[in-house]
Design a protein around this ligand. Structure first.
Ligand code: BDR
Ligand code: CA
Length: 313
């Protein structure tokens, strides 16, 4: 088993998910972060898969981190999954060793709250799936909003969607939950499609990764090859590293340029459900609630990605 890192305490709330898998490997490898726990949610695939995947990924990485399963359905809407992007099992139908350990006996929302209490206000959340776990924890434990120091979110966009023309997948999958989180008052950095669609890697990068001397890198390359197939089917040459980029921004916030803006989440629109409505010109006059990432340094992101993947060998 590898030693835990000693960086800033973070909890990963995710739905692995091929890019979530890479995000988990990066967060575990970073000296800047200490992964206190991982909670999973229904998103790319049902929660049974996302929880099992997270446990298998942590074991493959050689770390001992508590993994808890969370919400199996959005708060008030019907479940939306993304098997066409991530495969039936959520990780490109790549088979990992069956888990040796067990999932936590705590629920995701209990674990989020208890870790937040333990860290006495210092816990940061990196959220790379629908926000159901976090929103339901905030509803049950009203003091939680004062115990989380920052949320780094992969979700939303200022300009356009990927699940619908208006909405990004993580927000579209549970817009009511996103709305609760955006209104919580917790400092929030939104790494939406405005930046993550530009955090691209290509076939050559994946081939290089496959050559690294570790199972983590080899399995990552297999998963990314599957994911690239999806992107290629739309005529894209590269694939967007949504969740890994968000972890990178949490590790090194100088990778992004943000604007502090007011953002609302559309929960009912016929064509715009799940849209993050970003008030770029402050026409509403409302107090900004989100640091919206609008620019990125992709070259430095890629070198951080390679450095962290090299950690495994
Ligand atoms: C987000 O949706 C999921 O499919 C990915 O894992 C990422 O978190 C991108 O829109
Ligand atoms: Ca995800």
């Amino acid at each position: 088993m590898r030693d835990q890192k000693t960086g800033r305490p973070v909890l990963l709330d995710c739905d692995p998910g091929i890019d979530d898998a890479l995000a988990i490997f990066m967060a575990l490898a970073s000296d800047e972060l200490k992964v206190e726990a991982i909670t999973t949610v229904a998103g790319n695939v049902p929660v049974e898969h996302t929880a099992r995947n997270a446990l298998q990924l942590v074991e493959l990485a050689g770390f001992d981190v508590e993994v808890a399963a969370g919400a199996s359905d959005p708060l008030y809407s019907k479940k939306k999954t993304a098997e066409s992007v991530h495969g039936k099992n959520g990780i490109g139908d790549i088979i990992l060793n069956p888990p040796k350990g067990a999932l936590s006996c705590r629920t995701a929302r209990e674990l989020i709250y208890q870790k937040a209490l333990e860290q006495a206000g210092d816990l940061e959340i990196i959220a790379t799936g629908p926000l159901t776990n976090l929103a339901s924890a905030l509803m049950i434990y009203p003091d939680l909003r004062n115990l989380i120091s920052h949320i780094w979110l992969m979700g939303g966009s200022a300009y356009s969607g990927n699940r619908t023309p208006a909405a990004e997948f993580n927000i579209y999958a549970d817009p009511h939950a996103a709305s609760i989180v955006f209104e919580s008052g917790i400092p929030l950095t939104m790494c939406g499609l405005d930046v993550t669609n530009k955090a691209l890697i290509f076939k050559e990068d994946i081939e290089r990764l496959a050559g690294y001397d570790s199972d983590v890198a080899k399995k990552s390359a297999e998963m990314l090859t599957w994911y690239l197939g999806f992107y290629n089917s739309f005529g894209f040459k590269g694939l967007a590293m949504h969740d890994p980029f968000t972890v990178a921004a949490a590790i090194d916030p100088t990778l992004i340029e943000t604007k502090h803006l007011f953002v609302d989440v559309e929960t009912v629109g016929e064509f715009t459900r799940g849209q993050t409505v970003v008030d770029l010109l402050n026409v509403s006059g409302k107090k900004p609630n989100v640091q919206v990432a609008l620019e990125l340094d992709n070259t430095r992101f890629l070198s951080l990605f390679e450095k962290l993947m090299r950690f495994y060998g």
